[in-house]
Design a protein around this ligand. Sequence first.
Ligand code: EPZ
Length: 417
Amino acid sequence: MSKLYITGRKRLNGAVKVQGAKNSALPILAATALCKGESVIYNCPVLSDTEASLMTLRYLGCRAERSGNTVIVRNDGLRRSDIPDSLMRKTRGSVVFLGAVLAAEGKAKICLPGGCDIGIRPIDMHIKALRKLGAVIKERRGCLDCRVPHGLKGCEIALPFPSVGATEDIMLAACTADGTTTITNAAREPEIGDLADFLNRCGAQISGAGEGTVIIDGVNELKGCAHAVIPDRIVAATLISCAAVTGGDITLKGVIHSHLGAVVSVFEDAGCAFKADGNELRIKAPERLEPMKLIRTMPYPGFPTDAQAPVLAAAAVADGTTVFIENIFENRYRHAAELARMGADIRTEGKLAVVEGVPRLYGAAVEATDLRGAAALVAAGLCCEGKTEISGVKYLERGYEDFEQKLAALGAEIVKL
Ligand code: EPZ
């Protein structure tokens, strides 16, 4: 099992291209199961999560080939409508294959998805919405047997919470349903808009994506298309955090500033200076960060829950106190205990984390237990006195493409062995 070894306190400098968004690539790859013919997906990051999606597409009967960051999916009709537990458990993103396969085949058999252990992560909203669209879903021993005896019919769906996955699942199921589907209280994340752009390019009729109410007029068929995935705003936020803890000066290339508003605002409060220029964003950090005071994670466009862990690592060395309120997931502070091994002063209780910034963290042997928690440990390792050894690198590889190489190119002393 690989480990990451970091010798801290090296200032980050230089420019780095931000990878394509994992949480956009996953639903778009699932959507190709619903689109006949060839789809070409550009800027698709090479991650264990995206590779899991390619394995699922091949299992279903599609041809899925990768050349660098370009993925070509050839779908001449699915051969199967079931997805085995071994594939479903690889990532949470697999759940949206349900909507796609159900729409494509009129039936689907999946087990509950995997994903990072940051909470129970039920899919009750997905199931309730698909039933309203006409699916008959039997739940047994953690698996779902779904059929649509009378086809999928458009309807009004009011989500109790703007769930990203539920919004995506409904969009996929409703694209070729009979009639119009309206999703109110839909998720507004940029990845929703990117999925809608892909589907519309394939012939779907979706409007309002990203605005909270999404309207999908069912069409007969979707045909594959070419599409470039948007940049990963959470990887961008993580790189900002890595620069910020090292007093660095880096330029992010290929970002969409409007996706980063809540994160930039937090780091501006902490004393960082930003300069936006086209699709580039330069961050200059002070010698030591000011505290961010209060950070509440919220659905987009609020502060993203996925940035909480790497930003908490930055707060751990700020000159004062920062309070975090994690409103999205119930178990998303597991990185706090590992950061404490490095000398961080963090107290957590339920949704709350109180971080007293300390002048210095010290290298230690720490263990990642989820994707964004792994990113937090890397950020912390970059500003530690001495050497840090991080195990659980597989979690980082779920969402960060060649991350240690990119950090090394910016001046970090980091290696994966
Ligand atoms: C997506 O997860 C992302 N994953 C997550 O990123 C991200 O943290 C999350 O959206 C919120 O932005 C992917 O896109 C693959 P939700 P998802 O449905 O769809 C509850 C990362 O680090 N809920 O918006 O699972 C749920 O338990 C990952 O890249 C229900 O109760 O998130 C959670 O508390 C982590 N019932 C809240 O809603 C449901 O049916 C938000 O979940 C669905 C969700």
